[in-house]
Design a binder for this molecule. Structure first.
Ligand SMILES: Nc1ncnc2c1ncn2[C@@H]1O[C@H](COP(=O)(O)OP(=O)(O)OP(=O)(O)O)[C@@H](O)[C@H]1O
Length: 259
């Protein structure tokens, strides 16, 4: 990991339409995310996690302060980022095969050979080689989510923004996709900003956890996760440091989210 930031926010304020007028969702948020860093955003329901992620993606405009990605203001989507949503059912085109869904973000920009290479690499990274000519509706929920992740990876993003991508999946599928995501990140070196409700998921995956609190929201805690990599679903979760972080975050949730 280098020290050059991928994202920088300074006194970031985000307002959304409310009744009446506008409602401030995020206030005076300062945040720096290093290149290749895995950052999870945790917080209670309705705190503003998705709003913050969408602003980092250039999808929701901010009102004041600064949000910068690799030196560029993010007032609209900028190249180099890809977003993955929780609702893979809506994100995929059911009438296109897996391969043609994965190609969606890059087709029209590349020559055929290069397009095929990128699509094949992305499909390999999520382990869907055998299913590339299938239609998404014939796949399980976990496999459909892997298609969405592959589509993001085909764009070779330097930053992957993920909004509760595993929130709708069963525990075993979720664990397997978490490991696949960590392997992909180790291979690509992408920065990952990951929104989740799940404290254990945040600890298992992250280098840093940002806990949002309040209305408007601000950063209540910034926690560095110093667990060794590669991580392991059994061994990592038995480490004293993992258990200490888990305890700390549950306490923080209890005292701060409901304060
Ligand atoms: N398009 C919108 N227009 C107006 N208000 C919105 C819009 N989207 C979200 N909000 C409001 O902004 C606040 C933050 O919503 P957001 O979805 O960012 O929270 P969240 O922390 O991601 O919640 P959850 O964990 O429940 O998904 C909520 O009060 C929500 O009602």
């Amino acid at each position: 990991m280098t020290t050059q930031p991928s994202f920088e926010c300074e006194r970031l304020c985000i307002d959304l339409p409310g009744a009446p007028g506008v409602r401030r969702i995020i206030e005076d948020l300062d945040l720096e995310i290093g290149r290749g860093e895995f950052v999870s955003i945790l917080g209670g329901s309705g705190t503003g996690k998705t709003t913050l992620l969408r602003t980092l993606a250039g999808l929701t405009p901010y009102s004041s302060g600064r949000a910068v990605y690799e030196g560029r203001d993010v007032r609209c989507p900028v190249p180099g980022m890809a977003m993955v949503f929780q609702d893979y059912g809506h994100a995929l085109l059911m009438w296109r095969t897996v391969r043609r869904n994965v190609a969606l973000g890059v087709e029209g920009h590349l020559r055929d050979g290069e397009l095929d290479r990128k699509v094949q690499d992305a499909i390999r990274m999520v382990g869907l080689e055998r299913f590339q000519d299938e239609y998404p509706w014939r796949l399980s929920g976990g496999m459909q989510q892997r298609v969405q992740i592959a589509r993001a990876l085909a764009m070779e993003p330097s930053a992957l923004l993920m909004d509760e991508p595993f929130g709708a999946l069963d525990a075993m599928t979720k664990a397997s996709l978490q490991d696949q995501l960590l392997a992909v990140q180790a291979e690509t070196g992408a920065t990952v900003v990951f929104v989740t409700h799940d404290i254990e998921e945040a600890i298992y995956l992250s280098d840093t956890i940002i806990l949002l609190k309040g209305s408007p929201a601000h950063i209540a805690r910034r926690i560095t996760v110093e667990l060794p990599r590669p991580r392991d679903q059994i061994a990592t979760k038995e480490l004293p440091e993992y258990l200490r972080l888990r305890h700390q975050l549950y306490e923080a949730f209890r005292h701060e989210i409901h304060a």
